[in-house]
Ligand binder design. Structure first.
Ligand SMILES: Nc1ncnc2c1ncn2[C@@H]1O[C@H](COP(=O)(O)OP(=O)(O)OP(=O)(O)O)[C@@H](O)[C@H]1O
Ligand SMILES: [Mg+2]
Length: 256
């Protein structure tokens, strides 16, 4: 019943990594077996989880054609760390045939070991992200409700559709949700209305509010549920996790 999910938005700093950390942790606390994959050479996810960059990185598996070796972080939660060398892999991939399918091949043998495999994508629609989409059943997009946020959506929809048409017919945008949302701001409400026009019932009911504890937690190597379990951030991501679990009926059995 494994679900492979890319968390992606080519705009930088919109809360992708924060979402991967806390959705991953929330699912693990709910008893799901979770693998997080850090596909960003910035390695923010790896660092946030308190894992050393060099241990069994994705780049090693790429270049040495080894199997991926997940590192256990806590109960039910493993990670494939990134390293800054991963940027080189993007260039090396360029010269290969089937260059979008490499990560899918690496992930395939692990699918039976996990309920969820969640990929933290870099802030671009380059080859690493194309690889993530080619390996995924679902793409989930966190959106910061700024004026220009909607503009970028057409591009990511186009890229997902291209992958769906040519490489991986299973992939689809299964959910989008607002992050750093402030309900007092009319602009945020307006942008969210536009997002609902694009994505309809795929927009999650939960909006993640701006919450300083979410920004503080990574420095301590803790997820939001450990760092500040009573915070708005913990409350919001708990609800996001529940909404993702509610989608299991629809998406959970695809790989079987
Ligand atoms: N809901 C939130 N409230 C307050 N701060 C947040 C929230 N979500 C994320 N942040 C902070 O915003 C910054 C960017 O978040 P994050 O690193 O998760 O974004 P990203 O999309 O992964 O960035 P990049 O595109 O560089 O990978 C971080 O400092 C993070 O701690
Ligand atoms: Mg990130």
């Amino acid at each position: 019943m494994s679900r492979v999910i890319s968390i992606s938005n080519h705009k930088g700093g919109v809360g992708k990594t924060t979402s991967v950390v806390n959705i991953g942790a929330g699912l693990a606390y709910k008893g799901r077996k979770v693998l997080l994959i850090d596909l960003d050479p910035q390695a923010n996810l790896t660092i946030s989880m308190g894992v050393s960059e060099s241990e069994h990185s994705l780049y090693d598996a790429f270049t040495n054609e080894q199997n991926l070796q997940p590192v256990n972080v806590k109960k039910n939660l493993d990670i494939i760390p990134s390293s800054s060398e991963l940027a080189a892999a993007e260039i090396e991939l360029n010269t290969e045939t089937n260059q979008e399918s490499n990560i899918a091949k690496l992930i395939e043998p692990l699918r039976n070991n996990y309920d969820y495999i969640i990929i933290d994508c870099p802030p671009s629609l380059g080859l690493l992200t194309l690889n993530a989409f080619a390996a995924s059943d679902e793409v989930i997009i966190p959106i910061q409700p700024h004026f220009l946020a909607v503009k970028g959506l057409a591009k990511i929809i186009e890229v997902v559709n291209n992958i769906k048409l040519n490489i991986n017919k299973k992939v689809e945008i299964s959910a989008v949700f607002a992050v750093m949302y402030d309900k007092r701001k009319i602009l945020h409400k307006d942008v969210l209305d536009t997002i609902i026009m694009y994505f309809d019932d795929r927009v999650l009911n939960t909006k993640v509010r701006e919450n300083i504890a979410l920004a503080e937690a990574p420095a301590t190597g803790q997820d939001i549920f450990e760092y500040a379990p009573e915070s708005n951030g913990a409350f919001d991501y708990r609800r996001i996790v529940n909404e993702i679990i509610e989608m299991e009926d629809k998406f959970g059995n695809k790989s079987e």
